[in-house]
Design a binder for this molecule. Structure first.
Ligand code: BG6
Length: 491
């Protein structure tokens, strides 16, 4: 699979994503011999920068963010020699003319027309501009070898997502378009498929007969930081629920696909999205909680309120927290609530999926029996544990819940690849399994549209507040009742 030379272009080379994620990921793929022998990385952005200074900045990014720590100088030199910087305005044709020359020169010297990848690490307003230019300049016209990678946000609502899909698929075939949701590249998220479909013990129980409810929670400790400009117009529902949390829900709730193949898997996920019971306005006000953080302490450090953040309106009604309850109308899940929650500036980072099994129907012990619970920890803990009842050693039949744990740390010695490593390599291999198809993105927007519409009608009415450093507003926890006292969290 390593054979094709790769011409990798990154638009938005001076941006945060390139420095924090893309270059560290490509560098790690390089040092672990996953990149083809022949590759070049063309970095395009508006600014005029000295190429050596630009590469030094990328190196400092690798040193700071790579899972492998500091780059080894000789290896970095070998990698950096493949990078070139192209100053260019995304809206000007000259940029694409120079880029085309560079790409073609590389292909000539490789003596083979390899794969071309164009990564859009840019603000949404440039997506169509760049796509149009790539198409008219015929930079990305080979349907088998040329690919574009589009970051989120993919549209800001259903109408804009549809428009963007239409725009892109008029210029490229769907097979050439890789819409990223980086949660799908996370090792622990990919493992959910293996856990469910390569083991037969849980799957027979994985339905309404045995499962009481499911919690999917992505709590973040970070605040919006410097991203206020983007975030204030977006909010947690668009930023996290529409994509990452709904994708987690799909993996947990999907039927077993016919094969481990991109289309089969994406079909199965899309079916889940289409089976989610649509929210009525009334249900939005009852089953969706939106909240915003106020000042508070996180890990003993004082944090400012969301409304005081850079580039955030002091009267902002944007939510930084969402908790909601949804139902899936299909035979497997009829009546089983799925609770989703995400928020920023919370007590600590904790992404977990909890499958809460039902109570046993016949009780022969006096103690209160705690029903079984499966906990899939996505980050920062990487583990799966199963809670079950056990007899306390001693002369009486006394029971306590205990946990059976699988942790990555104990089971494996390898360090785990970053999501972006897995995803970038998949693009080079032409494997779209972990990427969002056009209809999937639209189906996910359809789910959240009634919520966005209801909120638009009364922007401030439903907004609650929670102190930074807490687990969110009480209303978020109340949603769970009578299914659970609290959202599950690791000790
Ligand atoms: C991004 C969101 O998609 O995901 C951010 O825009 C969020 O707001 C981030 O912080 C979370 O990703 P991770 O991998 O750190 O959990």
């Amino acid at each position: 699979k390593k054979a094709y030379p790769a011409a990798i272009t990154i638009f938005g080379a001076r941006g945060d994503l390139t420095r924090r994620k893309l270059i560290p990921a490509l560098y790690n793929l390089f040092i672990e011999n996953h990149l083809p022998a022949l590759f070049e990385i063309f970095c395009v952005d508006f600014q005029t920068v000295d190429e050596a200074a630009f590469k030094n900045d990328l190196l400092s990014g690798v040193n700071e963010f790579s899972r492998n720590g500091k780059a080894e100088p000789s290896k970095w030199a070998g990698f950096a020699a493949r990078i070139s910087y192209l100053q260019g305005d995304f809206t000007k044709k000259e940029t694409y003319i120079s880029l085309k020359t560079k790409v073609e020169d590389f292909e000539k010297s490789s003596k083979q027309r390899g794969n071309r990848m164009f990564y859009f690490a840019v603000a949404p307003r440039f997506i169509e501009v760049i796509a149009e230019a790539l198409s008219t300049r015929k930079l990305c016209s080979n349907k088998t070898h040329d690919r574009i990678v589009v970051e989120k946000p993919f549209g800001t609502d259903l109408a804009t997502a549809r428009k963007l899909n239409h725009f892109l698929t008029k210029r490229f075939s769907e097979k050439q378009v890789y819409r990223i949701d980086h949660y799908l590249g996370k090792e622990t998220v990919q493992n959910i498929m293996a856990f469910r479909f390569a083991n037969f013990v849980f799957e027979p129980l994985w339905n309404k007969n045995y499962i009481d409810h499911i919690q999917i929670s992505v709590a973040e400790q970070v605040s919006v930081g410097k991203r206020g400009g983007y975030y204030d117009a977006s909010g947690a529902l668009r930023d996290m629920i529409q994509n990452h949390l709904l994708q987690l829900l799909c993996i947990v709730a999907m039927e077993c696909p016919g094969a481990y193949k991109a289309e089969a898997i994406r079909d199965a996920k899309t079916k889940v999205l289409k089976s989610i019971r649509p929210f009525t306005t009334q249900q939005v006000f009852k089953n969706v909680v939106r909240a915003q953080y106020t000042a508070g302490e996180v890990d003993d450090v004082q944090r400012i309120a969301y409304r005081q953040e850079e580039q955030v309106s002091p009267e902002s009604n944007t939510e930084t927290f969402v908790a909601l309850k949804m139902l899936i109308d299909n035979p497997r899940w009829e009546g089983v609530p799925f609770f989703l929650r995400t928020g920023k500036s919370m007590t600590r980072q904790s992404s977990v999926i909890v499958v809460q099994f039902k109570d046993s129907p016949h009780k022969i012990f006096k103690d209160d029996i705690v029903p079984n619970r499966l906990i899939i920890s996505i980050q920062p803990e990487l583990e799966i544990s199963l809670l079950f009842e056990s007899k306390v050693p001693g002369l009486q039949m006394k029971l306590v819940p205990v946990e059976m744990d699988f942790t990555y740390q104990e089971a494996y010695t390898e360090s785990l690849p970053e999501a972006y490593e897995a995803l970038l390599l998949d693009v080079l291999h032409g494997d779209a399994t972990l990427f969002m198809r056009a209809d999937q993105v639209e189906a996910a927007w359809k789910v959240v549209m009634p919520i966005l519409d209801a909120w638009k009608k009364s922007p401030s009415k439903q907004l609650q507040f929670y102190e930074s450093g807490t687990w969110g507003p009480a209303a978020g926890s109340n949603l769970l009742k009578p299914y659970a006292k609290e959202w599950y969290r690791l000790p």
